[in-house]
Design a protein around this ligand. Structure first.
Ligand code: CTP
Ligand code: MG
Length: 229
């Protein structure tokens, strides 16, 4: 049997690049606050027994979830949510409220990939990169072109063994501030992180163009009689 999992939904960002009025996770997307798309999907996953949400100031926790105050940086929001999580849960599913197109199928595949054997500390959704990527130190001169067939764009959900995430979040404040995902902190601890292939469609709403695309995908899926859930 799959061990119980708690989902931590981080929603406390300001959404500066979206330039929305109010926090990004609560902007209206295809008829409901963006965060509610992810919550509805997470609530359908049988292994998930609790959903904890790291909230921006002045926002209420969606129905059926436990709300905690978010932190100034993403990793602090994860830490605050983890502190409130049911201590009995062995697996922790971290998800960005900014990825409203997540599917229960993807979440389940990540949980199963981690649960299969004791080999991994984390299983993270990721998609092969489409673009050729260059590295530049100064934003002008190209330093190198890493081979594209080895590059993966990382998403959420990211599923962790609880102990691995707890010790990852105890790394230095400097590393926590710089971390753009939680898996890199597990890697820094020597933990074993595996990829779970996902679709580009599980996009992160960052800019107004992303919001428009997410709206289009959700409305098309509703018109097709299905749902992204
Ligand atoms: N997040 C959070 N707490 C923070 C910063 C971010 O919970 N202090 C969450 C966001 O709400 C989002 C996810 O982390 O769901 C990914 O962050 P990002 O897409 O960067 O969202 P924002 O920080 O809100 O956007 P921006 O960087 O444009 O301000
Ligand atoms: Mg941000």
């Amino acid at each position: 049997m799959t061990p119980a999992a708690v989902a931590l939904v981080v929603a406390a960002g300001r959404g500066e690049r979206l330039r929305s009025h109010g926090p990004k996770a609560f902007v209206t997307l295809a008829g409901r606050p963006m965060i509610e798309w992810s919550i509805a999907v997470l609530a359908q996953v049988p292994a998930i027994t609790q959903i904890v949400v790291a909230l921006p100031e002045g926002c209420e926790a969606p129905e059926g979830t436990l709300g905690v105050a978010g932190g100034a940086e993403r990793s602090q929001s994860v830490r605050n949510a983890l502190l409130a999580a049911d201590p009995a849960a062995e697996l922790i599913v971290v998800h960005d409220a900014a990825r409203p197109l997540v599917s229960s199928e993807l979440i389940t595949r990540c949980i199963e990939a981690l649960d299969q054997d004791g080999e991994w500390d984390a299983a993270i959704a990721a998609t092969p990169v489409k673009d050729t990527i260059k590295r530049s130190g100064d934003g002008v001169g190209v330093v190198e072109t890493p081979p594209r067939d080895q590059l993966w764009a990382v998403q959420t959900p990211q599923v962790f063994r609880r102990a691995a995430l707890e010790s990852a979040l105890q790394r230095s404040e400097e590393e926590l501030l710089a971390a753009s995902d939680d898996a890199m902190l597990v890697e820094a601890n020597g933990g074993r992180v595996r990829l779970v292939e996902s679709l580009q469609e599980n996009l992160k709403v960052t800019t107004p163009a992303d919001l428009a695309l997410a709206e289009l995908i959700l409305r098309e899926s509703a018109d097709a009689g299905g749902s992204s859930e």
